[in-house]
Design a protein around this ligand. Structure first.
Ligand code: UTP
Length: 408
């Protein structure tokens, strides 16, 4: 992109100030800045005015979940269906590892954290060990795509290489980098990180399929006849990946997607639960729940909105491809971001000074025709590492791993 083209692109969004220091930059810095302007999607900015509007909702009604007691008697049969489909090459997996892990405050990609006590047990290692249990049983490895961000991509790749991909076939692992979004100040002006670099942040976990496709992997999936993707988060160290029974259940259901869910621990638990929104599968956040929804009961007398999502989904690739370019809801996060101040000097804020734009994977569900909520037992499959201390921390995850007989 030339300087003139960059200026024209910025003008459309009222962001020409990003070229303010252009003349002072070295030749390399000039090229890098023009490249950044060329590749960055500024269309997020159009939504900035909507940041304080509540999310509009349709009519909320319950969705039927496949409960643990429905699953138990048919688990073997479902597993066989899933394993056969895995052997037939119909499934791949996507690990979402592009997050910043700010709550944990660990200096490095979250997956490189060692949660072992007497030996090294890296989070990435745990996830690969879980996946291998299934691929060993199936007698074939599935493709694993790992999404990183600009911020943690190089470190993640070299970590996997250094650890020999934890025994998973290297040729089955591919990395791709998620898209970044510009970061703006309270007035909606995009910030500079340095005179030659625009401040950006990962665009949330909802844009993963577009980023996967943008990296050219859709052709590969189609060529190899892979039909389904199991997408999962980096932080749940107990989750079953490519779980054959889950896969079997979703295949038999005929739905375009499936979501692993856990029963809410109590009425007030702060977890997004599955529902129907104007008849389409959706996730309603805990802060959107009214007293009426909290008290609603299903035909068995159980809470009607009782199944929380744990970020482990199955999606049919054909359906994702169809909706890939539809506009997703943008979420706004007010954060403290180091940047260049108006006087050209670096600012290191201790309070939120900037807005980040994020897409959420749970919004993807609503675009699809159907979803099977599939219950898993919390104590066996849910041990997230999110916080430094307290709930969902390293300590609580370690306790759950030990409870499940995993040596740390
Ligand atoms: P979280 O919502 O927990 O975000 O991500 P986070 O960035 O990891 O952590 P905090 O909120 O800053 O403490 C859930 C999953 O989505 C991935 C994360 O890596 C994790 O697996 N994710 C999140 C991405 O891949 N990209 C993103 O931009 C955000």
């Amino acid at each position: 992109m030339t300087y003139e083209e960059a200026k024209a692109k910025l003008k459309v969004f009222g962001q020409e100030h990003l070229l303010h220091y252009y003349e002072e930059l070295s030749e390399n810095e000039k090229t890098a800045l023009l490249e950044q302007i060329s590749s960055l999607d500024f269309s997020y900015l159009k939504e900035f005015g909507k940041r304080s509007l509540p999310q509009s909702r349709g009519e909320i009604s319950p969705i039927r979940a496949m409960r643990e007691q429905d699953i138990a008697p048919q688990r073997e049969k479902l597993s066989e269906t899933g394993l056969q489909a895995i052997r037939d090459g119909r499934l791949c997996a996507v690990l979402l590892a592009g997050g910043m892990g700010t709550r944990l405050g660990f200096d490095g990609p979250k997956g490189t954290l060692d949660i072992g006590k007497t030996r090294s047990v890296f989070i990435f290692q745990r996830l690969i060990e879980n996946l291998k249990e299934v691929t060993d049983a199936a007698g074939t490895a599935i493709r694993l795509f790992i999404m990183t961000s600009d911020k943690n991509g190089a470190e993640t790749r070299s970590f996997f290489k250094k650890h020999d991909y934890f025994g998973y076939p290297e040729e089955k692992i591919s990395f791709f980098v998620q898209d970044m979004a510009p970061v703006v100040d309270d007035a909606g002006k995009v910030l500079l990180e340095t005179p030659g670099k625009i401040a950006t942040s990962p665009n949330g976990n909802g844009g993963w399929f577009r980023s996967l496709a943008g990296a050219g992997f859709l052709d590969l999936l189609n060529r190899e006849g892979i039909e389904w993707i199991n997408v999962f988060s980096v932080d749940n160290v107990l989750q079953r990946i490519a779980d054959p029974a889950f896969f079997g259940a979703v295949l038999e259901s005929g739905f375009a997607s499936g979501s692993k869910v856990i029963r809410k621990a109590n009425r007030e638990e702060k977890v997004g639960v599955m529902c129907l929104d104007d008849g389409k599968p959706s996730v309603i956040e805990y802060y959107e729940m009214t007293e009426e929804l909290l008290d609603a009961k299903d035909e068995n007398g159980e809470p009607a909105y009782n199944y929380g999502v744990i970020l482990n989904y199955l999606f049919r690739i054909a359906d994702l491809t169809e909706i890939m370019n539809s506009r997703m809801q943008i979420h706004f996060a007010h954060k403290a971001v180091s940047c260049l101040g108006p006087d050209g000097l670096p600012v290191i804020p201790d309070a939120p000074n900037a807005w980040k734009f994020e897409l959420f994977i749970l919004d993807l569900i609503h675009e699809l025709s159907g979803c099977l909520p599939y219950e898993v037992v919390r104590e066996k499959e849910f041990a997230p590492v999110k916080n430094k201390t307290g709930s969902d921390s390293i300590l609580s995850a370690q306790a759950l791993l030990e409870q499940n007989h995993i040596t740390l």
